[in-house]
Every structure is written in C-alpha cells, then in structure tokens.
Design a protein around this ligand. Structure first.
Ligand SMILES: [Zn+2]
Length: 188
C-alpha cells in the first residue's frame, strides 16, 4: 500500500519514532479518521501560527515573543542552543533574564543580531548557557571575539555541574539550576 508506506516514511522522519512505532501510528490514524483529522488541524494551526520571535529567535505566536516583551526581566541574556533549552532554564526557576537563540555555527550576522539585542534590552550580562563540550567552548570564545569590547557588559558561563557532552534535556533541573546560580565569568 503505497499511501500507507508514504505516511510511515513521513512519521519515521520524526525524532524518537522508529519504523515500528511509525507503523503503529500510521495504522491507528487510518483506522481512526476523527483522530487523524484532529491531528491534521493541529499540525496546520501550529505550522502556520508559530513562527520565530524577530528579536531572540525563539518560537512564538507573535512577531515579538512574550519574554522579549517582558520589561520586568533582569538585564541578562542567556545564549542558548534550542527552544527546548529555554523551557528547561525557565523551569529551573533560577533564571529571570532574556534569551537569545544561537543554534549552529557562529556567523557574523547572528552576532550582530545579539549585539543589537544587548543594546535594545540594556543587557548587563551575557550568559553562555550552552551544554558544556569542547565544541561549545570554542563557539563561546568565537562569539566573545566577535562581540568585541562591550562597556558595562559581563560575559558569564554556566558553572561546572552539568556533565560535558550531555544535552540539557538529559540533565536534572536541580543540577541545571545550580549551574545557573553558580555561573562565572568567561576566562580567556
Ligand atoms: Zn523573543
């Protein structure tokens, strides 16, 4: 059945879904039309209604996300790798600043955008909240280099305690919260 195969292939592309689960899901959907239609609607709404915040790059239903619009946040910006990491840092309850999504390679345009963010939000501290790894340490230093001298702005990074090479989603919130509280100045 070609159409069923197509659906299974599409589901297999999703994270954490293997061929076996994809087949189970596909069969469920074709056998339960109301569930399938509800899913189609939800997918359509989410895809068309969720975009990226123009300022921080986080997922948002409005051009500027609620966090960027919140004037009561502390003048700190956390440089993060993914939207999921924003949710995790929020969940620790130990962080009350802004976020800036910086996935992938260091590019001049992204750093310029971060600089603009620092200026418009009157940021006093840039916290590199990237999962510790040698690659991310290099990334941090590259960003630092491109940011150049920012008067009155301190650059910090998470304290040890979050194991190296591990994504935040696999770290318990207490460790993550403690790494946030004990953050220190970027050396070098
Ligand atoms: Zn935003």
């Amino acid at each position: 059945m070609e159409k069923l195969e197509q659906l299974i292939d599409a589901l297999t592309n999703l994270p954490t879904i293997g061929r076996k689960s994809a087949t189970r899901l596909a069969l469920h959907l074709v056998e339960n039309k109301p569930h399938a239609l509800k899913l189609i609607k939800a997918l359509e709404d989410a895809i068309t209604g969720v975009t990226q915040c123009e300022l921080c790059g986080a997922l948002s239903e409005t051009p500027i996300c609620p966090i960027c619009r919140d004037e009561h946040r502390e003048p700190v910006v956390a440089v993060v790798e993914s939207h999921q990491d924003i949710q995790l840092l929020e969940a620790t309850g130990n962080y009350h600043g802004y976020y800036f999504l910086f996935p992938g390679k260091v590019e001049w345009e992204k750093v310029e955008k971060l600089k603009k963010f620092i200026a418009t939000h009157r940021v006093k501290e840039v916290l590199f909240a990237l999962p510790p790894s040698s690659g991310n340490q290099f990334k941090l230093l590259q960003i630092k280099e491109l940011l150049g001298n920012l008067p009155g702005v301190t650059l910090t990074q998470l304290a040890q305690g979050v194991p190296s090479g591990v994504k935040f989603e696999n770290v318990d919130l207490t460790s993550l919260g403690s790494a946030l509280l004990h953050r220190h100045k970027v050396e070098g």
